[in-house]
Write a protein that binds this ligand. Structure first.
Ligand SMILES: [Zn+2]
Length: 346
């Protein structure tokens, strides 16, 4: 089969479109003919090399996969059939530890992600455990490119907002750096819950698109570097209930200063760098909560998907590329010019 792989870590130029053997299908496995695979920032980190992550080369990226079931192993339950339109839960867990037994798969000590710890979907075929298969409902009109744009960012945003920050109707939710997949999913989930949503970006174009998706207040953080002061003004001096900040070092301090007394900051990443200074006085005196979140459990993903199937959350695609042009797609993601997901199609 054709796949885009890399043999060594490096820049976008290490991505190579070549022929490799089609993966084996073991008893619990489902072979998915990949029709679309969406990019995540994770792909860039894995391609460049993450300290401590040792991969078997060549490696195949790709966590967000949509396609058609083309073969099934002997032990796959009957409700999964050849020809089914499916998406793939990118989370891989042991299934036997204390956290897996509680249904908290993303806390599993051996938790892994397709495309990061295991070969992913930048390929014509993917073999995966049947527990990761989620059927696209027959009544859903989503095409494969939009379906592939969903799982990782939706599940990540869902756990952050619903399970960790526990946002409620009428609350003010500030999302730092609108444009990336998680931020866009967070905006749509927060609006579906009935929150008032404030977003920041350095791009007026992205802010305009965010308004189209329902953002109530938009702030250009280049034009307004002290945006936490503007946020205070917008909230009558009170501050917001929740901040979603996955930018990290560059915005952390201002995010903490944007919160109301007892407010919650939730993070799932640090795209500008992981080492941020925290004013501890601010945290205890204002009784702030800092919440970390990664991926989500199977049941959270299924819960979140209901919003997609009933149309309240719409997968947003920036553009699609053929799988053979993964390098160009990575270059675009690295520049950060996208709004929504970039999708590859084999
Ligand atoms: Zn486990």
């Amino acid at each position: 089969m054709k796949a885009t792989v890399f043999h060594e870590h490096g820049g976008p130029e290490v991505l190579s479109y070549e022929d490799i053997p089609t993966p084996e299908v073991n008893a619990r496995d489902v072979l998915v003919e990949v029709k679309a695979v969406a990019l995540n920032h994770l792909d860039l980190f894995v391609r460049s090399g993450i300290p401590g992550l040792h991969l078997e080369m060549p490696h195949i990226l790709g966590s967000d996969i949509a396609g058609i079931v083309s073969r099934i192993g002997d032990k796959v339950p009957e409700d999964i059939r050849v020809g089914d339109r499916v998406i793939v839960d990118p989370g891989l867990s042991c299934g036997t530890c204390e956290f897996c037994k509680m249904g908290e798969e993303s806390l599993c000590p051996s938790y892994g992600i397709l495309g990061e710890h295991h070969r992913g979907g930048y390929a014509e075929n993917l073999s995966v455990d049947y527990a990761n298969i989620i059927k696209i409902p027959n009544e859903s009109r989503l095409d494969f490119a939009h379906a592939a744009a969903i799982p990782l960012t939706l599940m990540t945003a869902w756990r952050m907002l619903m399970s960790k920050a526990k946002i409620r109707k009428g609350e003010d939710v500030l999302i730092i750096g609108i444009g990336g997949g998680v931020a866009v999913a967070a905006l749509q989930i927060a609006k579906a819950v009935g929150a008032r949503v404030l977003v920041t970006s350095s791009s007026d174009q992205k802010l305009e698109k965010a308004r189209d998706l329902g953002a109530d207040i938009t702030l250009n953080h280049d034009a307004t570097p002290d945006y936490h002061k503007a946020i205070r003004k917008e909230t009558g001096g009170r501050g917001v209930d929740v901040v979603v900040d996955s930018v990290g070092a560059a915005t952390w301090d201002r995010s903490l200063k944007s919160l109301r007394k007892g407010g919650r900051l939730v993070t799932c990443g640090a795209t500008s760098g992981p080492k941020a200074e925290t004013n501890v006085n601010l945290v205890f005196w204002n009784q702030l909560e800092i919440l970390g979140s990664t991926m989500a459990s199977r049941s959270e993903l299924r819960e979140a998907l209901k919003l997609v199937w009933d149309g309240r959350v719409k997968p947003i695609i920036d553009r699609t590329y053929p799988l053979s042009e993964a390098r160009e797609a990575h270059e675009l993601l690295e520049r950060g010019g996208q709004f929504g997901k970039i999708v590859l199609q084999p």
